[in-house]
Write a protein that binds this ligand. Structure first.
Ligand SMILES: NC(=O)c1ccc[n+]([C@@H]2O[C@H](COP(=O)([O-])OP(=O)(O)OC[C@H]3O[C@@H](n4cnc5c(N)ncnc54)[C@H](O)[C@@H]3O)[C@@H](O)[C@H]2O)c1
Length: 255
């Protein structure tokens, strides 16, 4: 009987950036439910301790570590500490990210640097630090949080769209360099997902209607929708997939 792959992460160790709230928080829980031991990281240590306690209370295994992805030396220290704590580092989910609305004519240098530094520079150095460990291990799964805004323009999001497009390109190059060594690198591109970060906009009926007019599926996404894609790419079932962008966009980019 052929043994087909499972969406099972038992025995694997995953690290999630920006896990203190929103999508990252949910992804940490989803990875734990799939069987992974989870290193939850972000700047807000008390929120991470709460999350790690919740995962443990649900029967999972988790540890909280403070990580600001703007602090490049801290990135390697935390990746190594995660590896030392559990003895492996199998999965990295680069979720930490910022978005902001600015008409292109109003973008300041600080707006540009702030988003580039977190979304692109921080993400790259997280890939590099985890990649060094994974290459030595001969196994790894890196999942970068991109967006539908990486392939289509979103009005008033010039810098955000540029960072997310950059993530797709980094993902492709790392996949070229690392896939032969057992390390796959992919990106996930969600549409509008209801989170604390988008609630204010999506709770405005006029804004929501504008979004729904562009969404063939007829509703915004949930964190669970994003988790489905991440678990797939992290699991043995996704083993042949590398260098791709998996859009979770309800058909937004199909038109
Ligand atoms: N919510 C959406 O509609 C949506 C759609 C597409 C893509 N995304 C992407 O998903 C990811 C999470 O989005 P969200 O909606 O949950 O946002 P959010 O603002 O609720 O959460 C972002 C997380 O990143 C963390 N973060 C920010 N700067 C950081 C830093 N310097 N170091 C470490 N962590 C830092 C925040 O603390 C937070 O935990 C982002 O990369 C975002 O671009 C979100």
């Amino acid at each position: 009987m052929t043994e087909y792959p499972r969406f099972d992460l038992n025995g694997q160790v995953a690290l999630v950036t920006g896990a203190s709230k929103g999508i990252g928080y949910g992804l940490a829980k989803a990875l734990a439910q799939a069987g992974a031991k989870v290193v939850v990281t972000a700047r807000d240590l008390p929120a991470l301790e709460t999350l790690a306690n919740e995962i443990r209370a649900e029967g999972g295994d988790a540890i909280a570590m403070q990580l600001d992805v703007l602090n490049i030396p801290q990135i390697s220290t935390v990746m190594q500490a995660a590896h030392d704590h559990y003895g492996r580092l199998d999965i990295l989910v680069n979720n930490a990210g910022l978005g902001a609305n600015h008409a292109a004519v109003d973008v300041t240098e600080a707006d540009w640097d702030g988003m580039m530094d977190v979304n692109l520079k921080g993400l790259f150095f997280c890939c590099q630090a985890a990649g060094r460990i994974m290459l030595e291990q001969g196994y790894g799964r890196i999942i970068n949080m991109s967006s539908q805004a990486s392939v289509v323009g979103i009005r008033d999001h010039a810098v955000y769209c540029a960072t997310k497009g950059g993530i797709n390109q980094l993902t492709r190059v790392l996949a070229l360099e690392w896939s032969a060594h057992g390390v796959t690198v992919n990106a996930v591109g969600p549409t509008f997902i209801y989170t604390p970060g988008t609630a204010e906009r999506l709770d405005n009926p006029e804004y929501l209607q504008g979004v729904l007019n562009r969404l063939p599926i007829g509703h915004v996404g949930t964190i669970a929708d994003v988790a489905g894609a991440v678990i797939y790419l992290a699991s043995p079932a996704g083993g042949m997939v590398s260098g791709t962008l998996l859009l979770v966009d309800g058909g937004w980019t199909a038109q």
